[in-house]
Design a protein around this ligand. Sequence first.
Ligand SMILES: [Zn+2]
Length: 280
Amino acid sequence: MSCAWVVVGALASSILVTDAARAGDPVADRGLLHTQEGRQLAERAIDQVAKLVADDGPRLVPSWRAPGGQASEAVPVYLVEGKPGAIVTPAAVPSGCRCVFVSPSVLKKWIQRNSAGPGRVSLDDGNFLVFILMHEMGHLKKGTPGAAFHDGEMSQLNIEPSRAKAAEEDADDFAVAVLKLRSKQTKANDVSLAANWVVLELTKLNWNMQAFRTLDEFGAFAVGKPSVFFDNGYTHPNLAWRILRVNDRIQQTKETRYLLEAYEQARDRGANLQPLYQRK
Ligand SMILES: [Zn+2]
């Protein structure tokens, strides 16, 4: 074996080898790679989450800031990369680890996809990541993992769909409770501002999803077109419905309730396919 090959290989993958070689590395153990992409974004989001959650949840720490292990109560956040298409959610609490995986490349694509198109507003990946991390914190508090990873592939948890759905709603409810509490603090300080940025981001996402359903998929509402109104069947199912539900829980207005109910009714129409017009 040539020395040059060894040197080049070692330089190219030094971070991966160093981290992967560490005993009990939850990322390498699941066949995934560490990435340095998105560190600043994640660090800022982790700081915002700490401000918002304070003592109501576990403390998240960037795994790269505490090499060799963290204080026992701290939960490491790992930035991970898998084979293209192998990871389908921007973040998850993996089964069997009290930690959080964030995939910056999946997050970036997700934000781009949900910002693109007529009538859309640009989403902010940092503010959205704060919401995602608080959702993951909800999973950690309840001890419910969000996904399983094996040999670099992500898969659904092998649990009953209704339990998985309840775990997702519980995790959302934790984030909602924090956002409601902090955003409605009358004293304007950086905590209430941070909460309001996230609430605004969710409103923007709601808007963009509504634009998709009404502009791109005009007509889908009448029949509850399954590709528009149904789960994609993955671990964070029915994101559109969940975002509508989260917005309604936070804002509790007639409008947010209407949007949620209209979506649910369209979904029911899709589940119970009937002709739109009865033949006489
Ligand atoms: Zn989840």
